[in-house]
Design a protein around this ligand. Structure first.
Ligand SMILES: [Zn+2]
Length: 447
């Protein structure tokens, strides 16, 4: 039998220690966290591999051998985003344990899951669980900043023999939410793509004292105005469809009808406006129904008396599953007209894993046992996780976001992740270990 109170104490200690390493990215410095994990793994009889993409950017992997079925990886990133310490109640790298909460940057994103994954991994070995497949523990660098070149992508490009992970559980889902009095749990099955581009208008340069009709700035302004109030076409992915249908199935008749109208391009926007949900969620839901384009930077001219020959706007574009950079550019072209150029600078395709695989069904079945009236719903994330570095290199990978977490009023993830006073309750940390352990044992245990 497992002493779960002792497990809670142990995993809480791992989380506190991990938070105390300042792995703010940039620069990252994840090696300090990787070395710490390496020491624990060695002490427990594993032979972990620590690889650095460059000095300080450490990744660590360890394998618990099992049978010949497809390997399951428990994946987490050890880097965190920057803090503004003056806004924190307890210092962000203190790992302070106060009234049942561990405080600090990474407490929810995602040193909590790194600690929980480690704990699950150690328990599997200590308990001598007979496995039908290898289980891999991986704690990697560089998820939070820039191009993410020092984490899983680097390992696959430079040490491909270390990356055997056709099945992965990582961050991005697993928390509960309520619609009215009905609770649900997300399992992340997909994420939107990324398309960063420039819109460039060209005109005739000239002296500010003699205006003419061929102004790059006015052309760009006219083009961008086409985005004001524009509604890009809806592209309902399988994840969003199942998510919405899952909610509708548990709601009163009339409200259920409104949820279902979200799935029809002709009615989705009116339905979205009527749903009984808060504004933050309404924005998020709106974003997963379609491609989105945000104008985030502008540049034109350098002197007050010179008409510039070019004007540029930068667009942060996010793509729904099934969309490509070309289909997105065509939608933007319809808003902007023909007088501007569209130049794509960066593209990461959208991703979506099926919600009817054995691993997904196991997650749903374990949750149905533990939380009988709380269905698991596939979830499309508007932003990205490390999956964007993995799936393009290993397209056969099935990757799910599932870090079990029951949200409490005041500590909702959305408010705390990347924000001030990030913290997690030790009760939830224990809960995560219990659930993840049960998922792995159910999925990969023999007998
Ligand atoms: Zn994260």
């Amino acid at each position: 039998m497992i002493d779960w109170d002792a497990v809670r104490e142990e995993v809480t200690g791992y989380l506190q220690d991990l938070i105390r390493f300042d792995t703010t990215n940039p620069p990252g410095n994840e090696t300090v966290a990787a070395r710490y994990l390496e020491e624990i793994l060695r002490r427990e009889g594993f032979e972990p591999t620590l690889v650095e993409s460059e000095p300080g950017r450490g990744n660590i992997l360890a394998t618990l051998p099992g049978g010949d079925e497809k390997t399951l990886m428990l994946l987490g990133h050890t880097d965190v985003v920057a803090v503004e310490p003056e806004h924190w109640t307890h210092p962000p790298f203190s790992g302070a344990l106060v009234d049942g909460y561990v405080w600090g940057r990474g407490a929810l994103d995602m040193k909590n899951m790194v600690a929980a994954n480690l704990m699950v991994f150690l328990l599997l070995k200590r308990q001598g669980v007979a496995l039908d497949r290898d289980i891999v523990f991986a704690a990697t660098a560089d998820e939070e900043a820039g191009k993410g070149d020092h984490g899983p992508g680097w390992i696959m490009d430079h040490r491909p023999e270390l990356w055997d992970a056709p099945l992965i559980i990582t961050e991005g889902g697993g928390s509960d939410f309520a619609v009215g009095d009905q609770r649900f749990v997300t399992c992340q099955t997909g994420q939107k793509g990324l398309c960063r581009l420039r819109v460039v208008a060209r005109g005739t340069p000239g002296h500010g004292s003699m205006p003419h009709a061929d102004s790059a700035i006015l052309k760009l302004s006219k083009a961008l105005a086409g985005l004001q109030g524009a509604v890009l076409p809806a592209h309902i992915s399988a994840s969003v469809r199942k998510f919405v249908e899952g909610i509708a199935a548990r709601r009163p008749l009339e409200e259920a009808e409104t949820w279902r109208q979200l799935l029809d391009e002709a009615t989705c926007d009116q339905a979205l406006a009527r749903l009984p949900i808060d504004e933050e969620w309404r924005r998020e839901l709106g974003a997963v129904l379609r491609n989105t384009a945000s104008v985030t930077m502008l540049q034109a001219g350098s002197k007050i008396n010179v008409i510039p020959g070019a004007a540029t706007a930068w667009i942060d574009g996010r793509l729904a599953p099934g969309q490509t950079q070309d289909s997105f550019a065509a939608e933007l072209r319809a808003c902007f007209g023909d007088e501007v150029e569209i130049a794509i600078d960066q593209y990461t395709p959208p991703l979506e894993a099926a919600a009817d695989t054995e691993l997904y069904r196991t997650i749903a079945a374990v949750m149905a046992r533990r939380e009988p009236d709380t269905p698991v719903l596939p979830y499309l994330m508007p932003a990205g996780t490390d999956a964007k570095h993995i799936v393009p290199r290993r397209p056969e990978t099935q990757i799910y976001g599932f870090m079990p977490y029951r949200q409490q009023p005041g500590t909702e993830e959305m408010k705390l992740i990347h924000g001030h006073d990030e913290r997690t309750s030790v009760a939830e940390l224990r809960y995560a270990v219990e659930v993840l352990y049960e998922i792995v044992c159910t999925f990969a245990g023999r007998g």
